[in-house]
Ligand binder design. Structure first.
Ligand SMILES: NC(=O)c1ccc[n+]([C@@H]2O[C@H](COP(=O)([O-])OP(=O)(O)OC[C@H]3O[C@@H](n4cnc5c(N)ncnc54)[C@H](OP(=O)(O)O)[C@@H]3O)[C@@H](O)[C@H]2O)c1
Length: 201
């Protein structure tokens, strides 16, 4: 399959891209500043230019999307808007525009995270945005044409990311990026749609 991975230079995306390539797929790696192609998922024009450059693909994987983390009693509406514009609308944009470049039976895989279901301190934006992405996936799955599927992967904190985020996740088990990548394989190669693949242990 020809697979476009957006966020392919990141902690999750690089493992997903490597795993898919090892399984024989043709992987196109996109990042904001690195990778084979550059894209800004917060921009329609940028995403449209990416899809024009890659042409038809069999699968689109998103492992990108920024959130706002900060204490609720200091949070401003503009802070909350960070996650809405980046991780929520950015991934929705990849799906809405991407459905038209997918082959029949192709797939879209988005990324959320355990915070959708297990709130953490300073994570109100993350919980809301991740839950909204999962709602979009469930809604879109029943309406996508031509046998196109859509799923979402919700990893817990990565072992590789513990130095950055571990203090936000007291008592949470971490998983390796390689283990999380297997859920993306299930979504890309498997038959299911509308699923939330939780990789929490
Ligand atoms: N790491 C974890 O423990 C963990 C756990 C659960 C869920 N998640 C979620 O998984 C997603 C990826 O996390 P990560 O830790 O892998 O992130 P990361 O290491 O910071 O990598 C982010 C990736 O997304 C790209 N990117 C950033 N902003 C972009 C934009 N506006 N348009 C297009 N690409 C953009 C980056 O490209 P450049 O490198 O070129 O800037 C990079 O490839 C996030 O939504 C995060 O919430 C992460």
């Amino acid at each position: 399959m020809k697979v476009l991975v957006v966020g392919a230079t990141g902690a999750i995306g690089s493992a997903v891209a490597q795993t898919l390539a090892e399984r024989g797929h043709e992987v196109i790696r996109a990042g904001r500043t690195r990778g084979d192609l550059q894209v800004d998922i917060t921009s329609n024009a940028s995403v449209e230019a990416l899809y024009a450059a890659v042409g038809r693909v069999d699968a689109i994987v998103s492992a990108a999307g920024g959130l706002f983390f900060g204490p609720l009693n200091e949070m401003r509406p503009a802070d909350f808007n960070v996650g809405l514009q980046d991780k929520l609308l950015g991934q929705v944009r990849l799906a809405l525009l991407g459905q038209h470049v997918l082959t029949d039976g192709g797939s879209i895989t988005l990324t959320t995270g355990i915070v959708a279901d297990e709130p953490i301190r300073q994570g109100a934006n993350a919980t809301a945005v991740n839950a909204a992405v999962e709602g979009f996936v469930r809604g879109a799955a029943i309406e996508l044409p031509r046998g196109i599927r859509i799923n979402v992967v919700s990893p817990t904190v990565l072992t590789e990311s513990l130095p950055l985020y571990g203090s936000f996740f007291p008592g949470f088990e971490s998983v390796s990026a390689a283990k999380a990548a297997q859920a993306y394989v299930r979504s890309v190669e498997g038959p299911q749609t509308g699923r939330v693949y939780r990789v929490w242990q």
